[in-house]
Each structure stands twice: as C-alpha cells, then as structure tokens.
Design a protein around this ligand. Structure first.
Ligand code: PLP
Length: 386
C-alpha cells in the first residue's frame, strides 16, 4: 500500500489532505516524493518560522538532543528558563507557563482568568468573552471559546462560561459586564482561521481602555499571529495593547510542539504549586528550538519581515482576480474572484503551496523567505486567480 492509502486506512479521518507527500526541503522550498519542488507559502500553518531544515534551528535542536531530550518538570532545566526570560524581556511580561500547543496555551489562559477572578472578584465571575468568528483551538474548552457555531455542533455540552460578541461592538461587552460575571476578554488581533481579518484599531484601543476601567483581563491569542509573523514580535504590539495574558504556539519553536502563556504582573502569581502542569511543557528540545527562534527575532529582522510583507502585498493588491488583500506582515488573506480552493489547487499544480482561510487564500510563508521566491510565488498566484 502506498502512503496515501495507508494514511486513509490508519489515520483518523480528520484531515482533508492534498494528494502530495512532502519528504524534504530547504528553507522555503519543499520537495515531494516524486521530486517536484514547491515554494512553501504556508510554512506548516505559520510554524516553520525559518523554513524547513534551517541550519541554525537544526544546530540548536541537535545540540540539546545530545545533552538531554526530556526531564520532568520536577527538575530544573536550562532551555525553558532561558526561553521564558527571553520572552519576558521581549514583551515586558513577567512569567511564562509552557505547554505543547495553542489550545493548551489558551486553556492555561482561561484557567488563569477564572482563578484570578474567583480570588479577586467572585467565584461567579467566570465568563470569558471572545469574538464572533474567532478560533481558539479544538479542546472542548477552547472550542467553547471559539466563536464559530459550526465547530460546536455534535460536541455538546461544551465547557460553560463563554460569551461571544461581534468584533467592533463594545456595547455588547458593556451589557455583558453589567451582569458582573465577566472575568476576561480573549481576542485574536487578526482572526486567522476566521479569514485573515484584522481587528479594527479603534475598537482595539477602546477595548484596551474598557477592560482596564472595568478590571477585566485582556488576553490576546497570538498562536498564529505571534513570533514575528506580523512584523512585530507579537501582533498586539501593532495595536499598542496592554494584555494581561498572551498565548502563543505554532511558530515559537519553529517546527516542534510548544505552547506558552505569558503572564503580566497582574496575574503572574495566580498559579501556585499544583494548579497546572504538563508533562512535556518546557521540554528542553522544544525550548532550545524556541530559544534559537526567539533570539533571531531582532528589531532589524522584524523590519525585514514587515518589508517582505509590504512587497508581497504590493505584488498582489489591485491585480486582476484579486478583489482584496487583508492582514499584516507575512500573514495575508486574498479574496480572489475564483473560489479560494480552486486557486490553491491551481497554485499547487504550478509548484506553490498556499492555504485557505474561510473564503480567502491565506499566505503564511517562512519569515525569512527570500524576496525572489516571494516574487515567483506571487506571479504563480496571479496566474491562478482567474
Ligand atoms: N488559536 C489560534 C488563533 C489558532 O490559529 C490556532 C490554530 O490554528 C489555535 C489557537 C490552536 O492551536 P493548536 O492547533 O496548536 O492547538
């Protein structure tokens, strides 16, 4: 049996895979089992921050593997401490909890919000408000946080205590707050799975003020937007927000599983011994990989990401077949005249791997993709949109 048939036989059928088996790559070029080369404009859905088989990343991982690949959180290990320090120094946050995925990072944020509110407000103050059309993960609690009904069907009952408001509508939040039950608001600055939709800056600053006036936590889900993706370390920095909790995952370790919840001064001591944990959280190999990624996300490098984002946008915006371009930095959504799925299929035929998000073509290339590959990919996309 070939791999595709074996996959269908033995892997739970949750993924609608493209008929392509990738076996190797270098940077932003990947190769399939038949030797066909593709420009990777998806980077594993914003994961391989420095592309595939990046030398610096491999060295960091390899060095750690030869020392110790795992210890339990009963003992100290250096990589996760240095990573936490680096994340705090880059953000002004005070402490970090490490898990293994975006959903877990959000679960951690939700637990923090509930415990903080129970101790500082009242145990009934447990509602987490999120935005309609948001995406926060696939566990039963993060599905409840996700503001898209179609993900909820058939998985009831979900974790109670979530409310969804339309992005841009502060009045809805105000009426919810009048019940005295709101602990926190959890937002994506750019809704990724929801169709690459940036938050309106006016709403974002009003929300930032509102939560402080009402003593509610602001939690920003940077699972997809974080780690340099938008041309800043985290997307909330483009909006001047003051989050109490920042969650991230995906690109943080450049291709190994990791999740992190960054805690501000206000909530840094909410958790005490035994409140939360994760066997693999802060795993030394994933942490060493992440430390190598984070140490490369310098201000100069962020400027390069922003400029690559501007280049890609300028190559596509206003061109025939492209109705609109949304997003920031190297996280772009294209509304195309032709259905997004057809565009992605045509691009794949011509050697460019793109993603979709709702009705958009979504582009999330590696942060260091060379400009010439961006230009080539853009011309393939333009030749595929109508
Ligand atoms: N939050 C956001 C904004 C995401 O985009 C995702 C995944 O796409 C998640 C959370 C869930 O992350 P994971 O699949 O690592 O659990």
């Amino acid at each position: 049996m070939d791999i595709m048939q074996l996959d269908r036989t033995y892997i739970a059928g949750t993924y609608k895979r493209f008929p392509v088996e990738i076996i190797s790559g270098k940077g932003s070029l990947v190769r399939d089992v038949n030797g066909k080369e593709y420009i990777d404009m998806g980077s594993g859905i914003a994961v391989t921050s420095f592309g595939v088989a990046d030398k610096v990343w491999i060295d960091a991982v390899e060095k750690q593997i030869h020392k110790v690949q795992h210890m339990s959180n009963l003992y100290y290990t250096e990589p996760c401490v240095l990573l936490a320090e680096a994340l705090c120094k880059k953000t002004g946050m005070k402490k970090v909890f490490f898990g293994n995925s975006g959903a877990e990072a959000n679960e951690c944020a939700i637990k923090i919000a509930r415990k903080w509110a129970a101790e500082n407000k009242s145990p009934e103050c447990s509602t987490i408000v999120t935005l309609e059309n948001s995406f926060h993960g696939r566990t039963l609690t993060t599905l409840a946080a996700t503001g898209q009904d179609h993900y909820h069907e058939l998985y009831q009952p979900l974790t109670p205590g979530f409310a969804h408001i339309p992005a841009g509508n502060l009045d809805s939040l105000e009426s919810l707050c009048n019940t005295g039950k709101v602990a926190a608001v959890l937002i994506e600055c750019i809704q990724g799975e929801g169709g690459v939709i940036p938050l309106d800056p006016g709403f974002a600053s009003a929300l930032d003020r509102f939560v402080r006036e009402h003593d509610i936590l602001l939690m920003v889900d940077e699972v997809q937007t974080g780690n340099g993706r938008t041309g800043k370390m985290f997307a909330y920095m483009n909006y001047g927000l003051h989050p109490d909790v920042v969650t991230t995952a995906k690109g943080l370790a450049g291709g190994l599983p990791i999740g992190a919840a960054l805690l501000s001064e206000k909530v840094q001591d909410v958790f005490s011994f035994g409140d939360h944990g994760s066997t693999f959280g802060g795993n030394p190999v994933a942490a060493a990989a992440a430390l190598s990624v984070v140490s490369r996300l310098t201000d100069d490098f962020m400027d390069q990401v922003a400029s690559k984002g501007r280049l890609l946008r300028s190559l596509l915006e206003g061109k025939p077949g492209i109705e609109s371009v949304s997003g920031l930095g190297l996280m772009l959504g294209l509304k195309t005249s032709k259905p997004a799925g057809e565009v992605v299929a045509a691009c794949m035929d011509k050697g460019v791997l793109c993603l979709t998000a709702k009705d958009k073509v979504r582009l999330l290339p590696a942060l260091n993709i060379p400009d010439d590959l961006l230009c080539k990919a853009a011309s393939v996309i333009l030749s595929s949109v109508n």
